[in-house]
Design a protein around this ligand. Structure first.
Ligand SMILES: *Cc1c(COP(=O)(O)O)cnc(C)c1O
Length: 373
C-alpha cells in the first residue's frame, strides 16, 4: 500500500546524518530539535501553536482533556473512521454520538450533525477522512450557534487546504478550536515510529495543552492539572524536520497517482472513483474506490492473488464494534456507514510509483470486470 523504503532511499544521507547527531547529542527527550520542528510545522500551517505529542490518538485525548470535557458530555463524531476518536471519548467517560457520513466524500454529513445536537453536546470532532476536509464552514457555523468546541482530526489530511467562500484559505486543522494529527509512519507526514501533534491559535489553550502532554506540569514539579506523558521524541522530530519541506511535493505525487487512477477507471461502470469536494484540496492519504457490493470482496481477493496490495478502510462501522457495545448508537441512522463498509476498496497510494506499477494495477482491475460481467 505504501513504499516507505523507496521514500527513505531518496533522503537516506540526510536522515542517517541527523539520527547520528541526535544520538551523539544524547538529547533524546524534549531536545531543541523538537521545539524547532514544532515551530517549522506551525509556520507551514500558519497556526500560532503546535504542541507535539506521542501519537495521533493521544493528541485527540489531550485535546478533549484541554477543553475540560466532563463525564456525560456528548461529543459528536463519525461512525466511519479509524477507532481512535471513539476510543478516547470512551476513556474520558464522555458520551460518543456517532453520525453518518456523506456517501461520496466519506466525510461528516452536515444534516445528520445538526440533528444530533442536544443540550448535552459539548464538542464536534470532524475527521478529514482519506485526505480531504470536511465541510468546515458549515461545521463552524453550527459550532458557533450552539457554543461547541471543534476538534479537527487531521491525521489523514495534513497539508490539505480548505477554501472559504470569501476566497481565503486555511490549512486543515487550523480552523476549529484544536487540530490534531498523527505522524504514524504510513501517514502523509510519517515519522520512523510514533508521533503526533496538536495545533491551536488560542494562547491560553496552547499553554494548557503543553502542560497536559507533560504530566500537567505548569513549571517543573508543579502539577497544575491531570496530565499524561505523551512526547514526540527527538529522533522522530529530527526525521520529521527533513520530511516537512517535502510534504507538498509528496502531496503532489499522490495527486498525480489519483489523477492516473481517475482517468484509468473513467469508463469502468462498476466502480466509482473518489469525489473531490470543491471547498478543499485532496492530499490522498487513501485513494478509495466504491465498488458494487456484489464484486467488492471478489475484487479484493483477485488483486491480492495478483500481488496487488489493497485494503478495506473500514470493514466494520464503529457502532458495531464490540469495544463500544456499552454505548447507545442509533443504528438506523447509520446506513451510509454500513453500506460503505461493504463497498469501499483502497488502492495502493504513495509517493514512489513507477508508471508500470500503476498501469499493472489499473489493467488488473479493468480485466477483473471484463471477466466478471
Ligand atoms: C491514524 C489515525 C489516528 C491515530 O493516530 P495514531 O498516531 O496512530 O495514534 C486518529 N485518527 C485518524 C483518522 C487516523 O487515521
Amino acid at each position: 500500500m505504501v513504499d516507505l523504503k523507496g521514500q527513505y532511499d531518496k533522503i537516506q544521507n540526510q536522515v542517517d546524518e541527523t539520527i547520528k547527531e541526535v544520538i551523539s547529542s544524547t538529547s533524546f527527550i524534549k531536545g531543541v530539535i523538537v521545539r524547532k520542528f514544532e515551530k517549522e510545522l506551525a509556520a507551514y500551517l500558519n497556526v500560532k501553536h503546535v504542541i507535539s505529542c506521542g501519537n495521533g490518538t493521544d493528541a485527540l485525548q489531550v485535546a478533549m482533556m484541554g477543553l475540560d470535557l466532563k463525564p456525560g458530555d456528548e461529543v459528536i463524531t463519525v461512525d466511519f473512521t479509524f477507532a481512535a476518536t471513539v476510543e478516547v471519548i470512551g476513556l474520558l467517560q464522555l458520551t460518543p454520538i456517532l453520525v453518518d457520513v456523506d456517501p461520496l466524500t466519506f466525510n461528516i454529513d452536515i444534516k445528520r450533525l445538526k440533528e444530533a445536537i442536544t443540550p448535552k453536546t459539548k464538542a464536534i470532532v470532524p475527521v478529514h477522512l482519506f485526505g480531504q476536509c470536511a465541510n468546515m464552514e458549515a461545521i463552524m457555523t453550527i459550532a458557533k450557534k450552539h457554543n461547541l468546541s471543534v476538534i479537527e482530526d487531521t491525521a489523514q489530511a495534513i497539508g490539505a487546504d480548505y477554501y472559504f467562500k470569501d476566497g481565503t484559505s486555511k490549512k486543515a486543522g487550523t480552523i476549529g478550536t484544536i487540530g490534531t494529527t498523527s505522524f504514524f509512519p504510513s501517514k502523509n507526514l510519517g515519522a520512523y515510529g510514533d508521533g503526533g501533534a496538536l495545533y491551536t491559535n488560542d494562547d491560553d489553550l496552547a499553554f494548557k495543552l503543553r502542560s497536559i502532554v507533560n504530566h500537567g506540569m505548569s513549571k517543573r514539579y508543579h502539577y497544575e492539572r491531570l496530565g499524561v506523558n505523551s512526547r514526540l521524541d527527538t529522533l522522530q522530530a529530527a526525521v520529521l524536520r527533513i520530511k516537512l519541506p517535502l510534504l507538498d511535493s509528496y502531496a503532489k505525487a499522490r495527486q498525480e497517482v489519483a489523477d492516473f487512477y481517475d482517468d484509468a477507471f473513467k469508463n469502468c461502470k462498476k466502480i466509482k472513483t473518489p469525489k473531490r469536494d470543491s471547498f478543499t484540496s485532496h492530499v490522498f492519504h487513501q485513494y478509495t474506490l466504491l465498488v458494487d457490493e456484489k464484486y467488492r470482496d471478489k475484487l479484493h481477493q483477485y488483486l491480492l492473488d495478483n500481488q496487488i496490495p489493497n485494503a478495506i478502510y473500514y470493514p466494520i462501522p464503529l457502532h458495531q464494534q464490540n469495544a463500544y457495545k456499552n454505548f447507545i448508537f442509533d443504528s438506523d441512522k447509520l446506513n451510509v456507514s454500513k453500506k460503505l463498509s461493504k463497498t469501499v476498496l483502497s488502492l495502493p497510494m504513495h509517493t514512489e510509483f513507477e508508471k508500470e506499477q500503476l498501469e499493472y494495477i489499473a489493467e488488473n482491475i479493468i480485466d477483473f470486470f471484463k471477466n466478471n460481467i
